[in-house]
Design a protein around this ligand. Sequence first.
Ligand code: G6P
Ligand code: ZN
Length: 548
Amino acid sequence: MPEHLSAAVTITTTPFSDQKPGTSGLRKRVPVFQQPHYLENFVQAIFDSISPPQGATLVLGGDGRYYNREAIQIILKMAAANGFGRVLVGQGGILSTPAASCVIRKYATFGGIILSASHNPGGPDGDFGIKYNTANGGPAPEKITEAIFSLSKTIMQYRILDVADVALDTVGEYAIGKMTVSVINPVADYAELMESLFDFDAIRTLIAGGFRIKFDAMHAVNGPYAREIFLNRLGAPVDSIMNCVPLPDFGNGHPDPNLTYAHELVEILYGENAPDFGAASDGDGDRNMILGRHFFVNPSDSLAILTANAKLAPGYREGLAGVARSMPTSAAVDRVAVELGIPCFETPTGWKFFGNLMDAGKVTLCGEESFGTGSSHIREKDGLWAVLFWLNVIAVRRQSVEEITRAHWAHFGRNVYSRHDFEAIPSDAANGVMKHLKDGFATLPGQKFGSYTVDVCDDFSYTDPVDGSISTGQGLRILFTDGSRIVFRLSGTGTEGATVRIYLEAYDPDVARHHLDAQVALSELIGIAGDLSQLVARTGRVQPTVIT
Ligand code: G6P
Ligand code: ZN
């Protein structure tokens, strides 16, 4: 019997009923994953649903959060017992989500497993997560995640190799059973890809000329990537980066780059003697926040501005095939697409919906209001990519972040935008809010609320133009006659109770009002959203947990 089979053990198990992947993989509290067989069941369900050919190559890495190392060891031993020939694993078990996507594509592997709960807090009582990405480098489509879930409900056994742990901290090749584990530098391939897309010479000159940047890795995975790219390759001074040592609990922080959780960076950019440019990324490095001096760039605007300026970056000099945004993302990019004469697609929330459009060559840039921006260079959103894109645009235009944004609004008009999140609401109450709203939809069209008149309302559904698959129940939309919108959606990424998100958008072409704070400019819509949803009465919440 071959050695790898002789060491392989089949373990009897019983199913867990709660292994349904959400917006982006399976996310649970660490203690849930630490239950005997919990991770193993899910991994076996992945392997059984994708049935890799004997000898296939897998990519494996995570954001370094608590339980990352233990999980990597388990998955390596299971991959060997399930017939994989090679696993490319990031040194120390680290790979940012964009870097994992890059490596899957560059080495044409069968797929990859990414260990992350993205922007959710980590640590022994924090969150952990796992997701499978296919050969295109993107998150598995719903038909695969559904197959995984369905197998997880009936699983009776899994296979694992009974061998010692693999040395993860030194780059090199190791054998476990018949399988090779290649421990790779997690940064090199990714940094090389970034250098091929952006004008590093121009950015280096900008920084050498005194342009000051501050990048906050929030003690998460992008620390080593930022050090290599900003310090080593772009020559930025060492104080250009902060919180760049990845920690299993993210230094007790909440690694979500928004105005609430990235407050340390926000205080610096809004303080005295602020740098010219600030940016942060999340736990697994795929989200981004862009700041100028005393200035915040809304993610929906960021997508629109990068689209409008794409030709300034070498990787996009030939122009864009098209753009895509998720439904709750503002329509700012739609206006740019019209001017450029390129198609603009509106998808449900979740990066996975962009994959088919990119694979089919229909879109080049994509973005979401949830601080995600990216392009067809990989099949995940990409935090550092967005930061480098902005720096490339600034280096060419020689204008500040605020000047670039205001010039954009002056030209295209401003899609004033904000999202209000109400976190950790009992599921019943949250479902009640959604049901109440939906029940009212039949009579809403034509009704007037202050200066707004309801045009149509619906529960968003999407037919994928490439494979024809249909996704329903993707968010409740109230569209007003002047193009303004209120969208209600339940988060698909939380682990505790439910999170109600209210997305508010009003279009304003008048430059004289573009200086207004979004909360002020949207105050009437905010009031209407409260009235229509009965949110306060149904949840007892008066204030949102997070406003972005
Ligand atoms: C993850 C996905 C994003 C998506 C976001 C939505 O970050 O990768 O593509 O936009 O979740 O999260 P939500 O909590 O609103 O479902
Ligand atoms: Zn993330």
